[in-house]
Design a protein around this ligand. Structure first.
Ligand SMILES: Cc1ncc(COP(=O)(O)O)c(C=O)c1O
Length: 406
C-alpha cells in the first residue's frame, strides 16, 4: 500500500488529477493466483482492457503473464511490447472481416464467439487453429452490465449449438485447440465459477473436440470495493478449481493447460485517483464537494452504480459529514459518491478515490475536452513509469490535426 503521505507528496509534485498505481501490488496479485490455484499447467492471461498502462504491462510481461486482448489494437500493443504471440489470445466480439484478417496475419490465436464467424472461417480458412467461446449460461457479476453469460448476453456460442459447431469444424477441417467461457466481471458467488467450468468441461470431450490444448475459464475474480467487504477465500476456491480441472483432465485423457484471464483481480486495488477539491457549496440539505476530475476519468460509479472508497487525505481526522462528491463535468450525474460520510472536506483538500486500477483510466474519455489525468507507476517507492497529462493546447493540437485536411 502506498502511504497517504506519499500520495500527498505525489499530488503536490505531479499535480492532480493523477492516477497512481502500485506496481508491486500488481505483481503480488499475479503471483498470488499461481499460489491459490495449485494446477501445474495454469497460465494467467491479463485482461488488457482493464488497464493498458504501459508501465504495468511491462511489469506483467516480465513476470511471465500472457494477455487477453479484445481488439486488434490491444493485440498490436501487446505484440509491440514484446508479449510472445503464443501468450496472447484475441477474444473477438462482433469483429469486422478486416479486423479478422489483421489479427489472423499476426498468428495470434483467435477466440471465436459466434456461429456466424465460425461459418465464414469454415468457408475461407481451411485448417485454421482456433479457440471457441461458449456462453456457459451462468449469470453472475457485480452489475447487470458486467454479466457476460445467460439469456441477455451477446457473447459466446450456445452450448446447445455444439453439434452445429462440430459440423462446421469438420467442414473447414478446423483445429479447435481451446474452449473458453467468461461468466462475468466481479463474480459474487464461488459456485458460479465451478458451475461455469463444469458446463464447459461437459462439452470438452475427446469425441466433440479431440485436439484440445487448453480450457480458458475467463476472468471475473472479485476484489472488495465496499468498506469492510469480505475478501473471497481464494485459497479454498483455488483448491476446488484445481481439483475440478484435474478430474476433467483424467476424463479427457490428457493434461490440458488451464487458463484464466483476470483483469480486476490483478490491477483494481493497485490504483488510486487523486483529485483536488476546488469548490464547496450547499444545495439546501446537501453539501457538495466539487473536484477537478469527473466521470469521464472514472466512470464506474456513474455507469454501474459502483462504490469506490474515498479518503480525504488532507484532513483524515476532521469531523464527519455527508457529502456529494462531484466532478467538473457539465452533467448532473457527474458524482463519484452521493451522500457519503467523510471527514470534513475543505477547499484544496486532496481526495483519494480507491480501487481505481481497473476499468477507470481505460474506460476514460476527454468529454467536455478535459484531458485524461497523468499516470504514475511506483515500485519499491520509486516512480518507474510516468505518463504526463496532455495540456489543453496539446489536446486541441491533436484534435485540429485530425481535421487538418478539411
Ligand atoms: C472475455 C473476458 N475475459 C476477461 C475479462 C476480465 O474480467 P475481470 O476484469 O472481471 O477479471 C473480461 C471482462 O469483462 C472479459 O470480457
Amino acid at each position: 500500500m502506498i502511504s497517504n503521505t506519499k500520495l500527498l507528496e505525489l499530488a503536490a509534485h505531479y499535480g492532480t488529477p493523477l492516477f497512481v498505481y502500485d506496481g508491486e501490488q500488481v505483481i503480488n496479485c499475479y503471483r498470488d493466483l499461481y499460489d491459490f490455484i495449485p494446477c501445474p499447467t495454469l497460465q494467467i492471461h491479463y485482461a488488457l482492457k482493464a488497464n493498458y498502462n504501459i508501465g504495468l504491462l511491462k511489469l506483467l510481461r516480465d513476470a511471465g503473464s500472457g494477455i487477453d486482448a479484445v481488439s486488434p489494437a490491444e493485440v498490436e500493443l501487446a505484440l509491440r511490447l514484446g508479449f510472445a504471440k503464443d501468450k496472447i489470445i484475441y477474444t473477438a466480439n462482433n469483429m469486422t472481416d478486416a479486423e479478422f484478417d489483421k489479427v489472423c496475419a499476426t498468428g495470434v490465436v483467435m477466440n471465436i464467439g459466434s456461429l456466424s464467424r465460425l461459418r465464414k472461417i469454415a468457408g475461407t480458412r481451411k485448417g485454421m487453429k482456433l479457440c471457441l467461446r461458449f456462453n456457459p449460461d451462468v449469470c453472475d457479476g457485480d452489475s447487470i452490465h458486467t454479466m457476460t453469460a445467460g439469456a441477455l448476453t451477446k457473447f459466446g456460442i450456445l452450448l446447445s449449438d455444439v453439434e452445429e459447431v462440430k459440423a462446421l469444424v469438420k467442414e473447414g477441417d478446423l483445429h479447435v485447440i481451446g474452449l473458453h467461457e467468461h461468466t462475468g466481471s466481479g463474480l459474487q458467488h464461488a459456485e458460479s465459477v465451478y458451475t461455469a467450468m463444469g458446463k464447459l468441461m461437459d462439452i470438452a470431450t475427446p469425441e466433440n473436440f479431440p485436439e484440445l490444448e487448453f480450457l480458458d475459464f475467463g476472468g471475473g475474480f472479485k476484489v472488495p470495493y465496499q468498506p469492510g467487504e469480505a475478501r473471497i477465500d481464494y485459497v479454498a476456491m483455488g483448491a476446488k478449481i484445481a481439483s475440478l480441472f484435474a478430474d476433467f483432465c483424467k476424463r479427457y485423457g490428457k493434461e490440458l493447460v488451464m487458463r484464466f484471464e483476470p483483469g480486476k483481480y490483478l490491477v483494481a486495488e493497485s490504483g488510486v485517483l487523486l483529485t483536488e477539491v476546488n469548490t464547496l457549496k450547499r444545495n439546501r440539505e446537501r453539501l457538495i464537494a466539487g473536484c477537478n476530475s469527473g466521470f469521464p476519468q472514472l466512470i464506474r460509479p456513474m455507469l454501474y452504480g459502483a462504490y469506490h472508497i474515498i479518503d480525504n487525505l488532507s484532513n483524515p481526522g476532521g469531523p464527519r459529514a455527508l457529502y456529494d462528491v462531484c466532478g467538473n463535468i457539465c452533467e448532473t450525474g457527474d458524482r463519484f459518491a452521493e451522500q457519503r460520510e467523510l471527514p470534513e472536506i475543505r477547499e484544496y483538500d486532496i481526495l483519494a478515490i480507491r480501487n481505481a486500477g481497473a476499468y477507470c483510466y481505460s474506460m476514460g474519455s476527454i468529454y467536455n475536452l478535459r484531458s485524461m489525468p497523468g499516470e504514475i507507476v511506483l515500485k519499491e517507492g520509486k516512480v518507474i513509469y510516468q505518463r504526463k497529462r496532455l495540456t489543453d493546447s496539446e489536446m486541441i493540437d491533436a484534435i485540429l490535426k485530425e481535421g487538418a485536411d478539411y
